[in-house]
Design a protein around this ligand. Structure first.
Ligand SMILES: *Cc1c(COP(=O)(O)O)cnc(C)c1O
Length: 581
């Protein structure tokens, strides 16, 4: 993209999954960030990213024989594998000067283009003991710790890029609210020596021209908010004055990072069509667009399918849209490729747990963050019915994975409940819960199971991405119509729905009933009775969903709608038009 030579897209994210053994991510948001950078590098975009080093990772999950989760740190040493940046910067936190250094990770694209990622690190001898820990634990600690981390990420990150010479022509992409404080650094620069109270609408507009924002959270409680007293203590006098000049704080003076990012961004997007509507409902004062998430296709396609695609649609690596032509691949070859990926998954499960899964049995996968709204145990709401379904249609086995945040008691209880049910169903349904779900395991599961199950409570799944990974591997989704699946789904074509398509408050019991009905009368009979018809669904998952729900398409949309827009911002199309789903 030589035409954007003098521009930089500075992508800020609290978590980025760079590779499986670097524990700088917790789940979907970090995977998405990493996949975004991998596609940006493939597309040769002038992008640079900023995150934190997270020396103790998110955490390593341990499950005892009762499914009780405990955690331990996932330590890593960036200095052992990464180069340090030449520059250091400082930020002010609670009146102290905190020194920040950075480690550079090069994300290399298919043609060799590099997107550098700077992982900020406060573990330097000049800092106080507490300040040295600020870049240790992702989503750890209390609110004071979190706010300090967000100062390092947003303000430290903006300072670092300037020190590295990225000054003019920078488009800041705030990926979720955690990095929103960078806008205050930009406002400070805009004002120069002028006092904060002189900040005018034109100054805010100048900051706004530099920023784009992606919101990921469809519930108000999911947005970081800090009380006024805490903000005043952490930020210092000038920054607090800058913040008040933005007039984005609540009436009680509290700071909501999402409001700050919304107020100071020229372009805002949600991560799927439904999520855009939900976000517009939450933030009616803002024009909000949608750019549906994706996954990095070469990263998430198993070796057997890579080989198959290379043979039939070799252009797919350069242009993922060619996966649309997977519609011409013989279904027998799709079945063979999937059988190989399934064997690899089964071997991995056996290696990790000693449990041997049956290669001929319908294997359902469910793996994602363990938190109540994802309802991981829905398939166990009526164990006797599940037993009867299996008895009349054929064997079923279920593979689970997913970490609960250390403070999420509801999420931990879910894992225990699945464990309990798996014992109760012994002899009828084989259930395994795999410990420490991370990128490698996600790759094995999303490519190796037969059906990918997802049943979140609507409309809480902003997008979801693991079903997209499954689709690239010919694994159909059986999912509630929420997030991306509203766009990806046609009943019985690339997969199946659970429950209706309306956005009204869901009824857990009715959706569980529908899940059983679909398993008993549609999915299992097709799998066991009409394997070639089942393979047709697999093929459609690749051709219809794999070709679209990838980060190559997503980053391309960001380029033309957010970074280097080709539209005139005053056109009616760009104005917020409420659309009812
Ligand atoms: C893809 C992925 C997720 C996100 O899954 P969702 O379907 O978006 O909930 C979470 N964790 C890991 C390790 C992943 O690879």
């Amino acid at each position: 993209m030589a035409e954007f030579e003098n521009e930089t897209i500075a992508y800020f994210s609290m978590e980025i999954c760079l590779e499986p053994h670097i524990p700088t991510y917790s789940g979907g948001l970090g995977i998405l960030a990493g996949d975004t950078l991998r596609s940006a590098a493939d597309l040769e975009l002038p992008m640079t990213a900023v995150s934190l080093a997270h020396r103790k990772g998110y955490f390593r999950q341990h499950l005892d024989p009762n499914g009780q989760q405990t955690e331990s740190p996932e330590n890593w040493c960036p200095e052992n594998i990464l180069e340090g940046a030449d520059t250091r910067v400082t930020v002010e936190i609670e009146g102290r000067t905190v020194h920040v250094r950075a480690w550079r990770y090069p994300v290399q694209g298919a043609t060799g283009h590099i997107v550098p990622v700077y992982l900020l690190d406060t573990d330097v001898p000049e800092n106080s003991e507490w300040d040295r820990t600020l870049t240790d634990v992702l989503y750890g600690g209390d609110a004071r710790y979190r706010l300090a981390q967000e100062i390092v990420l947003g303000m430290g990150g903006a300072a670092l890029l300037q020190a590295l010479g990225m000054d003019a022509g920078v488009h800041y992409h705030i990926n979720e609210g955690h990095a929103a404080l960078l806008t205050l650094t930009l406002l400070d620069r805009q004002l120069g020596s002028r006092p904060p109270w002189e900040a005018a609408e034109t100054d805010l507009e100048s900051v706004r021209r530099q920023c784009v924002f992606t919101t990921h959270t469809p519930v108000p409680a999911g947005h970081d908010t800090f009380p006024e007293s805490q903000v005043a203590r952490a930020l210092g006098e000038r920054t607090v004055a800058l913040l008040s000049a933005t007039r984005c704080c609540d009436d009680d003076g509290s700071l909501n990072m999402t409001y700050l990012a919304l107020r100071l961004s020229r372009y805002i997007n949600g991560v799927a069509l439904r999520h855009r509507e939900v976000s517009r409902g939450m933030f009616p004062a803002h024009a909000i667009d949608a750019v549906t998430n994706g996954v990095h296709a070469p990263t998430w396609t198993s070796q057997p399918f890579q080989t198959l695609f290379d043979r039939h649609v070799p252009e797919w690596r350069r242009d993922n849209l060619y996966l649309r032509y997977a519609i011409g691949i013989p279904v027998t070859e799709i079945r063979e490729a999937h059988a190989k990926a399934k064997r690899e998954m089964i071997a991995e499960v056996e290696r990790r747990t000693g449990v041997h899964l049956d290669a001929g049995a319908m294997t359902v996968g469910f793996a994602r963050r363990a938190t109540p709204y994802k309802r991981a145990d829905m398939i166990f709401s009526d164990p006797d019915r599940l037993r009867a379904i299996v008895h009349s249609t054929g064997p079923l086995q279920i593979v689970y994975g997913g970490k609960a945040h250390p403070n999420d008691e509801g999420g931990k209880a879910l894992i225990r409940h699945i464990d309990e049910e798996s014992h109760a169903l012994e002899g009828a349904v084989k259930v395994v819960y795999l410990e420490n779900y991370e990128m490698d395991l996600a790759f094995k599961l999303t490519s190796g199971v037969d059906v990918w199950l997802n049943n979140p409570r609507k409309p809480l799944e902003a997008s979801g991405t693991s079903g997209m990974k499954a689709a690239l591997n010919g694994v159909p989704s059986l999912s509630v119509l929420d997030g991306w699946w509203i766009e990806g789904h046609i009943e019985g074509v690339p997969g199946w729905s659970i429950g209706g398509s309306t956005g009204v408050a869901p009824d857990d019991a009715a959706e569980a009933n529908d899940l059983y009905v679909k398993l008993e009368h549609v999915v299992l009979p097709l799998f066991y009775g009409l394997p070639l018809a089942f393979a047709e669904v697999m093929r459609h998952a690749i051709a219809l969903n794999g070709s679209c729900f990838n980060t190559q398409r997503m980053v391309g949309q960001s380029v033309s709608n957010a970074y280097f827009p080709t539209y005139d911002e005053s056109t009616p199309e760009h104005a917020s038009v409420p659309v009812r789903l």
